[in-house]
Structure formats: structure tokens, C-alpha cells
Design a protein around this ligand. Structure first.
Ligand code: ADP
Ligand code: MG
Length: 312
């Protein structure tokens, strides 16, 4: 859906972005993460055909930004980091204004606008003046606006910035829903962890250079290749016995006793570790907890990018 190769933008001698490669398929939700000034907006504006690169290529659904910008604009919904709403328009008037600009037929406009207000959960504000909305509601209105022409690709530039925690959660849920609808989404942020749990792919950009670009699961696997199980017996006096049994299992790499809890490293080659539970139970050990240790995505990404000298 989105392909970029060696995308480069120079301002005088300064590289805003340099040799950016991207390859995103349908339904991908790509978290584009980097500090202020890293080149996120530049990259997104080039893909939206609002800015011409100095060098490199980008395609949206097979259309080149150089030869088919009109087709691309039809396929893309671009939400800039800041956008104005007009003082004297209600929410529904604002959307209908853009629906007209998108050349949605007059008879279909009202229905389409109402549907999009429902998608972003803003129908209760349809007759409010647009400039009275909170930041979170304004962002959702902006999203409704870029969804009007049913774009296959969404480019959302820092949609979470300036939102309170609740509005962030709602916006993230909305992005997940849109990804589930099969849309390809690039969403940028300067905060590393806030996107990690919604995206399936992550790119980290620093000083115009993409220093990491992979799917979330492979990043996690690279940082920590082994599954770690946390096991607790119902009766604390069985902890040691459980450790002995677990050590003898072929799936086990190592067992560490941490107070009441056993931390079991599973061999990288093993996918199914359910035998461990059976082994414990058949030896008369009652299990209170048997779970995979959760990975802290933030530290995983930190570890992943450390070698590349990331500052985020
Ligand atoms: N029109 C411009 N003229 C000169 N430099 C620019 C222009 N637009 C962006 N830049 C520079 O390009 C770099 C990348 O900016 P930008 O893409 O906006 O970063 P981000 O969105 O990640 O904060 C920054 O150093 C910025 O100052
Ligand atoms: Mg920006």
C-alpha cells in the first residue's frame, strides 16, 4: 500500500530526512516515532504529495508521488498535527463543507457526515460550534473529516499530542478500529511507549534517519528471544520441589527461584510449553500462577535502539 525508497529531503545543505525506506501493507498500523525535528512531518507530507522530495521515490497503492499525485490524494486521508476549525461553523456544517470539497454528491453528504461522526464517537456534538470542542474532540473531528472520502491510507501526524489520558485511550481505540477496517495507517508520535501497544510495526526516526524499522513482534524477539514463564505454587512449601521438576523438563533452559515465584526461561526452539504444567500437576503440585512474563515494550524498544545511538 505504501512504499518508499531512499526518500530524501534537503533544505539547503541540511537533510530533513535521508534515505527513508518504508514498506507497508493493507491493515498495517505503523508507529512512526521520533523526537521533534526528526523528520516525521516531512516524510508524511511527501507521501501525501504535499511536498516534493529532493531524491527518492514513494508509491501509494502503486501510484508514484511524481506521476499520479491526484490518485494518491484520493486514496489518502492526511491529518496534520495542527489544523484550524472555523469559528462560526457547527460540527456538522464543518464536515459538510469538507464533504462538498471532496465532491461527495449533495444527496449523500448528510448521511456520510453523520456516519463519520458516529465512527469517531462525536455525534453528540453535531450541532455544537466547532471551536467549542476540547482538544480531544477536535482531533476526532479532524479524523472524521479525513475519513469522509473513505481513504485506504491514513496519515495521522501526532494525533495524540495534547490529549488528556482518557482522550488518548479513546483515540488509540479508534486507530485500532480503523486498522481493523483494513486501512493502512501511519501515525506519528514523539513519545515512544504511547503507540507501541496499538501498532504492529514501528519505525524510529532520529535526525532524519530511520534507525529501526520492523514489526513489533520481531523487535521483541530480538531483544528477548526466550519466553519467560512465571510460576507460583499454591502451597509455598512446594516451591523448591516445583523448581526441581521444572529443571528436568526438556523445554526448560533455566529456573530461578525468586521468593515464592519461579522464573522459568523456555528454550528458544520450544513453542508449546504446556507440558510443564502437566508435569507439575502429575507430581501433585498445585499451581496458583502460570503465566508468560509481560514484556515492557518501552524497555524493549530502548534496548533495541541503544546500539543505533537513539536519543529517545
Ligand atoms: N520548510 C522548511 N525549511 C527548512 N527546514 C525545514 C522546513 N521544514 C522542516 N524543516 C526541518 O526539517 C527537519 C524535520 O522537520 P519535521 O519533519 O517537521 O520533523 P518532526 O515532524 O519529526 O518534528 C527539522 O530540522 C526542521 O527544522
Ligand atoms: Mg512534526
Amino acid at each position: 500500500m505504501i512504499k518508499a525508497s531512499q526518500l530524501t529531503k534537503k533544505y539547503d545543505e541540511m537533510y530533513a530526512i535521508r534515505d527513508i525506506d518504508l514498506d507497508l501493507g493493507q491493515g498495517d498500523l505503523f508507529g512512526f516515532i521520533g523526537p521533534n525535528g526528526a523528520g516525521k512531518t516531512t516524510t508524511m507530507r511527501i507521501i501525501a504529495t504535499l511536498l516534493t522530495p529532493t531524491y527518492g521515490e514513494a508509491y501509494v497503492c502503486g501510484h508514484s508521488i511524481y506521476t499520479h499525485p491526484k490518485e494518491i490524494r484520493r486514496l489518502v486521508g492526511y491529518m496534520p498535527d495542527f489544523f484550524g476549525v472555523y469559528d462560526d461553523m457547527t460540527v456538522i456544517e464543518y464536515l459538510e463543507f469538507f464533504a462538498a470539497a471532496y465532491r461527495i454528491a449533495p444527496q449523500a453528504r448528510r448521511k456520510r457526515c453523520n456516519e463519520m461522526l458516529e465512527v469517531v464517537d462525536l455525534d453528540f456534538k453535531r450541532d455544537a460550534f466547532a471551536n467549542t470542542l476540547s482538544r480531544g474532540q477536535t482531533q476526532r473531528l479532524g479524523l472524521a473529516r479525513v475519513l469522509l472520502h473513505d481513504p485506504a491510507v491514513l496519515l495521522l501526524d501526532e494525533p495524540l499530542s495534547g490529549l488528556d489520558p482518557r482522550a488518548r485511550i479513546e483515540m488509540r481505540a479508534l486507530m485500532r478500529r480503523l486498522g481493523g477496517m483494513g486501512k493502512t495507517i501511519i501515525v506519528s508520535s514523539h513519545i515512544l511507549p504511547e503507540l507501541a501497544d496499538v501498532c504492529n510495526k514501528v519505525g524510529i526516526i532520529d535526525s532524519g534517519v530511520l534507525i529501526a524499522n520492523d514489526d513489533v513482534n520481531s523487535i521483541i524477539r530480538k531483544v528477548r528471544p526466550n519466553v519467560v514463564l512465571l510460576i507460583e505454587t499454591a502451597d509455598p512449601s512446594q516451591t523448591e520441589a516445583a523448581a526441581k521438576i521444572l529443571e528436568q523438563q526438556t523445554a526448560t533452559d533455566s529456573v530461578e527461584v525468586k521468593g515464592r515465584q519461579l522464573r522459568v526461561l523456555i528454550k528458544t526452539t520450544v513453542e508449546d510449553y504446556s507440558d510443564l504444567a502437566s508435569a507439575l500437576i502429575s507430581s501433585g503440585i498445585r499451581i496458583r500462577k502460570f503465566a508468560e512474563e509481560e514484556i515492557n515494550l518501552e524497555s524493549a524498544f530502548m534496548a533495541f535502539t541503544k546500539g543505533a545511538g537513539a536519543k529517545i
